[in-house]
Design a binder for this molecule. Structure first.
Ligand SMILES: C[S@@+](CC[C@H](N)C(=O)[O-])C[C@H]1O[C@@H](n2cnc3c(N)ncnc32)[C@H](O)[C@@H]1O
Length: 261
């Protein structure tokens, strides 16, 4: 038994908290790393793949679940698609709507909100599906299936089982920052990970150096095997797996699933 032997309730980092989301927006926009969103040159490649491989370069109605600052929707709109982005991060949605007035952006929780507009393509990328409680992930997929046009597609970029297993066995680590995602002032962040019951649990302990305040964050990611992904998507009539959103055949930490209604 150690202090982590109890599984915490399902938790995510507080994307929707106004201050956290403002700091997270800076991470999305950073071109120094791929932590919150990929860098723009990669996103450009992803958007070309989506436009050609998923949409045959034909104009489509697209709903992006967890769209962040709208990096995908804005580019897809520029290619002639009609896009809606949904996200519960206030700073990301404000940025998206301001930089892309043509698309529609909805601030809210993808588990709770209805999906409207009979999209031809719905997407949730960058492994976000794994960050939902499995019952919520099922609900998102069921709602997407109901909302899609017949013949419409759900595009998921999910974590591979192997990648999450590795992540759950990462050694504890620490970093310091003058300011960053966890605070607007200098802090030390200690991170511990554990893999248990096919879940990766990350604990982040943040010590604010000026005030001495301690903050704790927990994120949980659910690992699924390929068969478990197939089972989640069983209501779709056709399911295809791809190794990447760039067209590269190299197997990485993510798996692309295109499920057709
Ligand atoms: C890893 S980021 C990816 C953002 C964007 N898809 C991209 O690749 O640039 C995950 C996004 O999902 C959003 N998100 C997480 N849980 C959500 C929920 N329950 N409802 C709406 N948005 C959510 C976060 O706010 C965040 O913007």
């Amino acid at each position: 038994m150690n202090r982590h032997s109890q599984q915490p309730e399902w938790q995510k980092i507080p994307w929707h908290d106004p201050d956290f989301s403002r700091r997270m927006l800076a991470e999305h926009l950073s071109q120094m790393h791929d932590l919150a969103s990929r860098r723009f040159d990669t996103i450009d490649e992803h958007v070309q793949w989506i436009h050609h491989k998923c949409l045959n370069a034909q104009p489509a109605r697209i709903l992006d679940l967890g769209c962040g600052p709208g990096f995908y929707t804005s580019r897809l709109t520029a290619l002639g698609h009609t896009c809606t982005g949904m996200d519960f991060s206030p700073a990301s949605i404000a940025y998206a709507q301001e930089s892309d007035p043509v698309s529609r952006y909805i601030l809210g929780d993808v588990v709770k909100l209805p999906y409207e507009g009979e999209p031809d393509l719905m997407m949730m990328i960058y492994g976000e599906l794994n960050a939902f409680l499995p019952a919520d992930a099922r609900q998102i997929i069921q709602k997407a299936h109901t909302a899609l046009q017949t013949g419409g597609k759900l595009l998921l970029e999910v974590s591979t089982h192997a990648a999450l297993y590795r992540a759950g066995h990462n050694p504890a680590s620490w970093h310091t920052a003058e300011k960053g995602l966890f605070a607007d002032e200098p802090y030390l962040c200690l991170t511990e990970s554990r893999y248990d019951l096919d879940r990766v649990i990350d604990w982040m302990y943040v010590y604010l150096m000026n005030s001495g305040e301690m903050r704790q964050y927990i994120t949980i990611h659910q690992a699924y095997t390929d068969d478990e992904y197939r089972d989640l998507l069983a209501m779709f009539r056709r399911i295809q797996f791809f190794p990447s959103l760039t067209g590269s055949a190299e197997v990485g930490d993510f798996l692309i699933i295109v499920a057709e209604k």
